[in-house]
Design a protein around this ligand. Structure first.
Ligand code: NAD
Length: 469
């Protein structure tokens, strides 16, 4: 069994208990990680607290050097890291390499650069000198769907800011967190600056969120667990950052390039087997183009080869677990019960072994249906018609409790931007604009609080102090 990373050393958990790690493509046991205990959280927080004065006083550029060294190792070992991700959570190897490994390596490198360019302490406002200081000890709680990226989005800016960290990776796909902690150890991050306790959310996550010596908790995961984290953190008035679920809309306006828009929407909905918080899982199309859009979506879905993450032709790997697969299948059944029409996929098992689900498209989806409102977190796209005009499309797009991402497709950039401005959501792709890992990412409404990535992500981990001169 693996060990926890506490105060710069690998140590056995006080609990002695373990969590099985299963390969979702083969359903085989591949590893065991510690099911940590509250005593482990105590040790981790104490180490982080003890290391804080030294780390926060280290020059930002010195902190940046260690981050850059870790980013370099992630790059060098991209193949090994991507294999861990694919085996642990099922992403096809190509995706695991580019999006799940090289992108987070780039994000880490971007925080190394920001330590040199960010203005931590020269801002003046009249007679005041404004300092940006690290918020303190940060608890970072992360999910399984982009397991390395989600960690780097917290640990990168927190360490760059001068905070120390207690990390709790997802128990569902924890292995890459162990690799990352190993890399930070190898590059010489001082003991206590990063500590990692694996284990169950209600035990480790809650102990971190409630701990009086943790100054901030940054959580990525479900809205349900995020609510619990925020409630616990409120007791000690911690700073809270939440990156939660989504049900994002791709709004296609008349005059847009329909073929491009549908193809891109299907790809966005299905990437990572639909296990993407920002996925465009609702495609909103004018009634006049609806039948054509549905046919194009069904055709696009049919091109998705479901298979082993290491087969070259695979575009859709398994879902992460049996629990997740069963949840998605329940939603597909629910959609049919609600009267939506399956035009691709369904509940059949595509392969005998592994937690696979067919790439699925529903037509005839009406606003308010469960499959239109709730995050499914599987390869399921809902195509929703609108009849009246732009206002109706915007109202459907804004009509869920979420607001994480989205897309607008129109005949011109100006028209797309004017609709994008009306969407209550944190990111919008304009006519297929590409994801930018330096731009702020985060949610409106119940998709969260705060922003990750780039400078906005760094500022989440900074306090502000005014000195009146
Ligand atoms: P989850 O909420 O079950 O778990 C996320 C993390 O929280 C895990 O480490 C888990 O152990 C921990 N946790 C669970 N219960 C907890 C509790 N009571 N107290 C403290 N911690 C607890 O989510 P998941 O299934 O791992 O991930 C899928 C969800 O994450 C989806 O809803 C998805 O939309 C969301 N997500 C959001 C973003 C984003 O940036 N907005 C990114 C990725 C995933």
């Amino acid at each position: 069994m693996r060990h926890l990373y506490l105060n710069g050393a690998w140590q056995a958990s006080a609990s002695g208990e373990s969590i099985d790690v299963v390969n979702p493509a083969t359903e085989e046991l591949i590893d065991r990680v510690p099911a940590g205990s509250p005593a482990d959280v105590e040790a981790a927080v104490a180490a982080a607290r003890a290391a804080l004065p030294m780390w926060s006083a280290t020059a930002p550029a010195e902190r940046g050097k260690l981050l850059a060294a870790a980013a370099d190792l992630l790059h060098e070992r991209a193949d090994q890291i991507a294999r861990i991700v694919s085996t642990d959570m099922g992403a096809p190897y190509g995706l695991a390499t580019k999006v799940q490994t090289l992108m987070p390596a780039g994000v880490l490198a971007s925080y190394a650069s920001l330590t040199e360019t960010y203005d931590f302490d020269t801002k003046r406002i009249g007679s005041s000198w404004v300092l940006r200081e690290p918020v303190g000890v940060v608890g970072a709680i992360t999910p399984w769907n982009y397991p390395l990226h989600q960690i780097v989005c917290k640990v990168g800016p927190a360490l760059a800011a001068g905070c120390t960290v207690v990390l709790k990776p997802s128990e569902v796909a924890p292995l890459v967190a162990f690799a990352l902690a190993g890399i930070f150890d190898e590059v010489g991050l001082p003991p206590g600056v990063l500590n990692m306790v694996s284990g169950h959310g209600p035990v480790i996550g809650e102990a971190i969120a409630a701990h009086p010596d943790v100054d901030m908790v940054s959580f990525t995961g479900s809205t349900r667990a995020g609510r619990r984290v925020a409630a616990l953190a409120a007791e000690t008035v911690k700073r809270v950052a939440l990156e939660l679920g989504g049900k994002s809309a791709s709004v296609i306006l008349p005059g847009a390039d329909l073929q491009t828009a549908v193809k891109a929407t299907v790809a966005n909905a299905f990437i990572n087997s639909g296990q993407t918080c920002s996925a465009w899982t609702r495609m909103i199309v004018h009634r006049d183009q609806y039948d054509e859009a549905v046919a194009l979506a069904a055709q696009a879905a049919a091109k998705y080869t479901v298979g082993d993450p290491f087969d070259e032709g695979t575009r859709l790997g398994p879902l992460v677990s049996a629990v997740q697969r069963d949840r998605v299948v329940r939603y597909i059944n629910r959609g049919q019960e609600e009267g939506a029409r399956l035009v691709a996929g369904g509940t059949d098992r595509p392969l005998d072994r592994g937690f696979y689900v067919e790439p699925t498209v529903f037509a005839g989806v009406e606003p308010g249906m469960v499959i239109e409102q709730e995050e499914i977190f599987g390869p399921v796209l809902a195509v929703i018609p609108y009849t009246r005009g732009e206002d109706e499309a915007v109202s459907i797009a804004n009509g869920t409790p979420y607001g994480l991402a989205g897309a607008v497709w129109a005949d011109s950039e100006d028209n797309a931007v004017s609709v994008a401005r009306r969407l209550r959501t944190g990111q919008v792709a304009i006519n297929g604009g590409r994801f930018n890992p330096l731009a702020p990412f985060g949610g409106y409404k119940q998709s969260g609080i705060g922003r990750e990535l780039g400078e906005f992500g760094l500022e989440e981990y900074l306090e502000t102090k005014s000195l009146q001169m």
